[in-house]
Write a protein that binds this ligand. Structure first.
Ligand code: BG6
Length: 304
């Protein structure tokens, strides 16, 4: 695998987007423009920072992240693929299947870095190899295209490079940094039905805004519209506008579960909420040979 220095020579843009050794010696692209700063690791193709000019950091990363090539980063925007959760969808019953798929705990490849005015676009991808075929016998290429600017864009592009149809789940498992999870409100899901994973997967209707008052693990169904995350403690609202995604997951582990997680500080559950742009469960994507699917999300900030 190429070193950060070699990748920087090939793809870096001096002073704007440089490939450097990040935590644990894992390579990352560090972006700095007048519009924003940000970071994206090759590990999992994971965005770990986005800070629009003049604003506080938007993305949460755990202080206890392992920064290990064999582990997912705890925080940032891990990519869940080709299944979501444990043993779901096409992988049901396979006990060796790692939770949330395998791409979040592998090194991706840096394809390109481009500057477009005040925007920086970073493309990373992962393809099938011998190791992935043992877990999922498919030929694929998955690209994460991250656009850093006053807004943050992510586009997950999946190509079926094999000769049989594929079915997969995908999630952009974004950890939003919040001032106090007790005070946050998630808007835009009123009336939507959700699967309550902390209540035997019962399907329930959402009434009003989502508030986090305990362990929360919900898959909101048939959600194409924009969701807003209001964070009074940080006096801001994060807009989450998506395309080609029909499910939204809202997750916070709360105190007890957080304590049991070795890669999360005991009190850190209060500092994030995951609002995930997904196609999971009944919304898994079927792709015929050579076909491509793109799931997109754009984050923007407003002060309140
Ligand atoms: C969420 C799931 O997306 O991710 C939860 O809905 C899960 O069920 C959480 O607990 C964290 O998963 P992991 O594998 O990163 O610990």
């Amino acid at each position: 695998m190429a070193s950060a220095a070699e990748l920087n020579t090939k793809h870096g843009i001096a002073g704007v987007a440089e490939v450097v050794d990040g935590n644990g010696g894992l390579a990352k692209v560090a972006v700095t423009t007048s519009a924003a700063s940000g970071e994206m690791y090759l590990q999992g193709g994971t965005v770990t920072s986005w800070k629009p000019a003049g604003a506080d950091e938007v993305i949460f990363v755990s202080s206890k992240t392992k920064w290990d090539p064999a582990c997912a980063i705890r925080g940032g925007v891990p990519v869940c693929f080709p299944w979501f959760g444990a043993k779901t969808g096409a992988q049901a019953g396979d006990k060796s299947a790692p939770a949330h798929g395998f791409v979040r705990a592998r090194a991706w490849q840096l394809e390109s870095i481009a500057r477009r005015g005040e925007l920086v676009v970073v493309n990373m991808f992962i393809e099938n190899d011998e190791g992935t075929r043992k877990l999922w016998p498919a030929s694929f290429r998955l690209t994460q295209r991250a656009t850093f600017g006053a807004e943050m864009g992510m586009e997950l592009v999946m190509t079926n490079s094999g000769d049989v149809p594929l079915r997969y789940e995908a999630a952009l498992h974004t950890y939003f940094r919040v001032g106090d999870v007790n005070q946050v409100r998630v808007r835009g899901l009123d009336g939507v039905h959700y699967i309550d994973k902390v209540d035997s997967n019962r399907v329930k209707p959402q009434s009003g805004e989502v508030v986090i008052t305990g362990e929360t693990d919900r898959v909101y169904l048939n959600t194409a519209g924009t969701v807003e995350l209001e964070d009074p403690a940080m006096r801001r609202r994060i807009h989450i506008a998506k395309e080609n995604s029909l499910a939204t997951v809202v997750w916070n582990p709360w105190a007890a579960k957080a304590k049991a997680m070795s890669d999360l500080g005991d009190d850190e559950w209060q500092r994030f909420v995951c609002v995930e742009t997904c196609n999971v469960g009944d919304y898994a994507v079927t792709l015929s040979p050579s076909a491509q699917h793109s799931m997109k999300v754009i984050y923007s900030l407003a002060l309140v």
